[in-house]
Design a protein around this ligand. Structure first.
Ligand code: PA5
Length: 434
């Protein structure tokens, strides 16, 4: 896929032998995914999702989004983990950095997020913002039983029904959940909400290309057909094992680095709009690989911002890290550094240069410094931030994650460790049955 390029040259030097020797294991992992074999194969539904997404589903999602856009100034997306991170990643990457400081326009609601924490302040402040406002809710939970979104939904539903009346509120709430199971399915059926199904064979962190991500992305005004088209182009371009399959190459390189003692991967961006993309990526890799006492720890930084906070550690700290840089080739606008006749700040040497040129030189200078400091560096270049490229990037990371998890020898599609805190919390809160 032309709009996404991977370069591993500055990482290969560190673990060339390990890279050369892991081809067979990567190829076995790819055939597991291709032929729906291997641990967790009942959660392989995402593998063919882009090619299998029907126009009918896209049209229906766009129609629901239009209804919410026409009737709401705010749409609150209620969900946690895989049930919100993908939508937030794409919506943030495609939005104006300052969108939340502008008032909502008619038919262009602001998409807000709730149910990702149990903060009383967050909940109360959201209620305060929405009081007297026209708002709708997209409530998303695959299991339909997760505590954080259940609390947020109960509160927001009550507010919406109080403000709009129960009958009107029904048309402003959309539930995305399991086809049959779970408390949210029961509630949606009883209340008569419009619903979408999260396919049984797609786990939460692989669900952004289902209605879980597509509806909130469409509500925010983005073109989900282009997102799916980008994912589909990537699906086709990394279908077969080969030395040019970028999902295979990325999975092999990170596996080789891990085997050589690099236990932490830092996903770096030089574009603040990608901050939440890194949050989505951390969940994808963290929940998929961190088990059985194994797994690369996925971390992230926003540069150049964090060069002034984490830069020291990355340059000189314990040598257990490698970096994967997301670099956006073309900004969406052109802006240059102005000339100043007094030049008191001493930056006239930059006058007339595009801000992006300075950013790119910061990126190159950082790469050179970090590689010199013993931090192997992979670089993923994105042509620009648009729906098509982001769809491709999502699918690329998902496929590489599946390959990487199998190479590591874990089931990449379960998350047994997530239950431990819940059991303790339920016991402490005296939930019946605990
Ligand atoms: O990836 C996962 O499976 C998890 O992160 C879930 O998405 C998260 O726990 C939310 O679960 P649910 O959608 O069932 O509320």
């Amino acid at each position: 896929m032309k709009s996404i390029q991977l370069n591993i040259e500055k990482a290969l030097y560190y673990a060339e032998e390990e890279y050369k020797s892991n081809e067979a294991s990567a190829r076995a992992a790819i055939s597991n995914l291709d032929e729906c074999k291997g641990a967790g194969n009942d959660f392989h539904g995402w593998v063919k999702l882009p090619t299998e997404t029907s126009q009918e589903l896209i049209d229906r999602i766009n129609a629901t989004a239009k209804r919410l856009q026409e009737n709401c100034d705010y749409v609150v997306c209620v969900g946690i983990g895989g049930s919100y991170l993908g939508a937030k990643a794409v919506n943030t990457a495609l939005a104006d950095n300052f969108e939340y400081y502008y008032a909502p326009n008619p038919k262009e609601p602001k998409v807000l997020y709730a149910g990702q924490n149990i903060s009383e302040d967050y909940t109360a402040e959201l209620e305060k913002l929405l009081t007297g406002k026209k708002f709708g809710i997209i409530v998303i939970s695959k299991s339909g039983t997760t505590t954080e979104p259940a609390i947020a939904f109960r509160i927001l539903k009550e507010l919406l029904e109080k403000q709009a009346g129960k009958a009107a509120a029904k048309d402003l709430i959309v539930a995305i959940t399991d086809a049959e199971k779970g408390a949210l399915r029961t509630l949606a059926t009883q209340e008569g909400y419009e619903t979408y199904v999260i396919p049984d064979n797609v786990g939460g962190r692989f669900s952004v290309l289902t209605p879980v991500g597509l509806l909130p992305i469409a509500v925010a005004g983005h073109d989900i057909s282009k997102l799916i088209a980008g994912a589909k182009e990537m699906e086709e371009s990394i279908l077969r094992p080969s030395d040019t399959n970028i999902a295979e190459v990325y999975a092999r390189m990170r596996n080789a680095l891990y085997q050589s003692g690099k236990k932490i991967e830092i996903l770096v961006n030089f574009e603040p709009k990608l901050h939440y993309f890194a949050e989505w990526w951390k969940q994808l890799y963290g929940e998929s690989e961190g088990k059985d006492g194994k797994g690369i720890f996925p971390a992230s930084v926003d540069f150049t911002t964090d060069l002034h906070s984490m830069g020291q550690w990355i340059q000189d700290g314990e040598r257990t890290i490698f970096e994967t840089v997301l670099s956006v080739k073309k900004p969406s606008v052109e802006r240059r550094v102005p000339e100043d006749k007094d030049n008191l700040d001493g930056i006239n040497y930059l006058a007339g240069k595009r801000i992006d040129e300075v950013n790119k030189m910061a990126e190159l200078g950082t790469q050179m410094a970090h590689v010199d400091g013993g931090v192997p560096n992979m670089r993923i270049e994105l042509e620009q931030l648009d729906e098509h490229t982001l769809g491709g990037l999502i699918y690329f990371f998902e496929k590489a994650c599946g390959i990487s998890g199998y190479m590591l020898g874990v089931n990449p599609f379960n998350q047994p460790g997530v239950e431990a805190y819940k059991k303790n919390m339920f016991k402490l809160l005296k939930k019946p049955g605990y």
